[in-house]
Design a protein around this ligand. Structure first.
Ligand code: COA
Length: 260
């Protein structure tokens, strides 16, 4: 199957089945996540669910500049209440988190907004020394509605999550490691290999035990019945605001001006 926004390949995992490698491939827009990418990710998750010889997934980027720079702002600007309620990105990320296969994010460059949220819904994260993480959504008049509100506090604690989300401050790989946002930091050129080794380390374990452990860990982290409800509703409100339209228009105009 061929895709427009990503690539999917399989790689042997040292005598223990295969790894599925998903490579985000919209380098011209820093892998901004648009509707086509969401659709194709769903297709890949369908396909990988049926591949019984797969043991783990690795998510990476075709470019060293960005893992993903978030949702595509040119689409986001026009999304309204119904789009927020449809959980376009949140639904995909939840699905990846719940996938029967464990996943490892290999982060080089920017992982901002939905890019950081995508990395967080993977089970493990390897970052290159040059990786930059952040949740800049409030600067665009919306909230990080695709999982950061739940997953960031769980990974780094509520106080730190509030700082990153409310100020939009970006952090580098070392800080991300120190606060628990990533599991390992390696030189940028070794990120892909390190993520594959981590995934192969999972592949060597009992496949059913890994799958059940992942399910149990996910359940253990989710005792709150309102999970993802409050932020989806809040995002629906933010999507209707004039402030959001103005801020996203300013971002897009700045980029257009730079080009001309
Ligand atoms: N949505 C749509 N387009 C995006 C994008 C996004 N999230 N992030 C980057 N792009 C586009 C830029 O508009 C630019 O397009 P152009 O070449 O047609 O002008 C191109 O990708 C390259 O981006 P540029 O800003 O020139 O690259 P950079 O290396 O200087 O900076 C970032 C990279 C990621 C720091 C910067 O692009 C950025 O801040 N992006 C937005 C991040 C964000 O707010 N994400 C949250 C969305 S909710």
């Amino acid at each position: 199957m061929s895709y427009e926004t990503l690539r999917f390949t399989r790689q042997e995992a040292a005598d223990h089945g295969f790894l599925g490698i998903i490579t985000l491939d919209r380098p011209q827009v820093r892998n901004a996540i648009d509707a086509a990418m969401v659709r194709e990710m769903h297709q890949v998750l369908d396909a990988t669910n049926d591949m019984t010889d797969l043991r783990a997934l690795v998510l990476e980027s075709s470019s060293e500049k960005a893992f993903a720079a978030g949702a595509d702002i040119s689409e986001l600007k026009n999304r309204g209440v119904q789009d927020a309620l449809n959980r376009i990105n949140a639904g995909l990320f939840r699905r990846l988190e719940e996938h029967r296969l464990p996943s490892v994010a290999a982060v080089r460059g920017y992982a901002l907004g939905g890019g950081c949220e995508l990395a967080m819904c993977c089970d493990l994260r390897v970052a290159g020394t040059g990786a930059i993480f952040g949740q800049p959504e409030v600067g665009l008049g919306i909230l990080p509605g695709a999982g950061a509100i739940q997953r960031l506090p769980k990974l780094i604690g509520l106080g730190r999550a509030k700082e990153l989300i409310l100020t939009g401050r970006r952090i580098d790989a070392q800080e991300a490691l120190a606060i628990g946002l990533v599991n390992r930091v390696v030189p940028d050129e070794q990120v892909g290999q390190a993520a594959r080794e981590m995934a192969s380390g999972i592949a060597r374990q009992g496949a059913l035990a890994v799958q059940l452990s992942k399910m149990a860990l996910n359940a253990a982290g989710r005792s709150d019945p309102s999970f993802e409800t409050v932020d989806v509703l809040a995002q629906a409100v933010a999507f209707q605001s004039e402030d959001k339209v103005e801020r996203m228009t300013r971002f897009l105009e700045r980029k257009a001006k730079k080009k001309s």
